[in-house]
Design a protein. Sequence first.
Length: 284
Amino acid sequence: MAGVTTPPPAPHDVGGDRAPARSALAAVGYRPVGAPDTVRANRGWWDAAAPGYLAEHAGHLGGRDLVWGPEGVREADARLLGDVRGRRVLEVGCGAAQGSRWLEDAGADVVGLDLSAGMLAQGRAEDPGLVLVQADAARLPLADRCVDVAVSAYGALPFTAEPERVHAEVARVLRPGGRWVFSLTHPVRWAFPDDPGEAGLRATSSYFDTTPYVETGEEGEVLYAEHHRTLGQRVREVVAAGFRLVDLVEPRWPPGREVVWGGWSPLRGRLLPGTAVFVCVLDT
């Protein structure tokens, strides 16, 4: 795809072929963690988890589909991106590139980008001809104004300590008028335990506490991290990057959908929003 440049030297140890050795999980909890540790941990976690994760969720994700979240909303039905035929589209945090393959089938000129070499390897095995790039979403190895649309379905943003940089980078590579559509866990969910049952219906934490969730190894190293922001913070991040928020979609749980996916379930989905989809436009 035109516009893809050679990645710069990785400031946060991004882009290596092999993840560092990982010790066993020793503790879980909430504590501050910066960008370098977050990047290294999540790259290693997804590299190791890729085969099992994809095997477990293959039925939910599809092989060539763009699904916005566990509620099962598909881009083929929602049309949040508009017509992508003939458009250059960047998928940020593409995982194994199921969404990128759907975009390719829809007529787009696609590049998929992900932090995890393990996830990208799974994507290449399915479609060797797809353009897939390993990089940190906060440091996109693309030229300015080279894509028409950017998309991220639960990719990158929940797993970065630098969401402001991600939005700024997407704004840099988008052409004026381009769309940036992304989904992530609805911020209100962070006040509730990640439990699909009754225990997940009672708020036990402050929604306003944005301390990251961290899994730690036996030697105190970070193995995995997720980062929370309030809904207001998420809106301010995209506006600060130069985007206009044109829609905020909060999918309802469909009647008859019996999928349980981590903390998402019919029980919780009927009462609490689980996914937030932000539809943004770059006006200048």
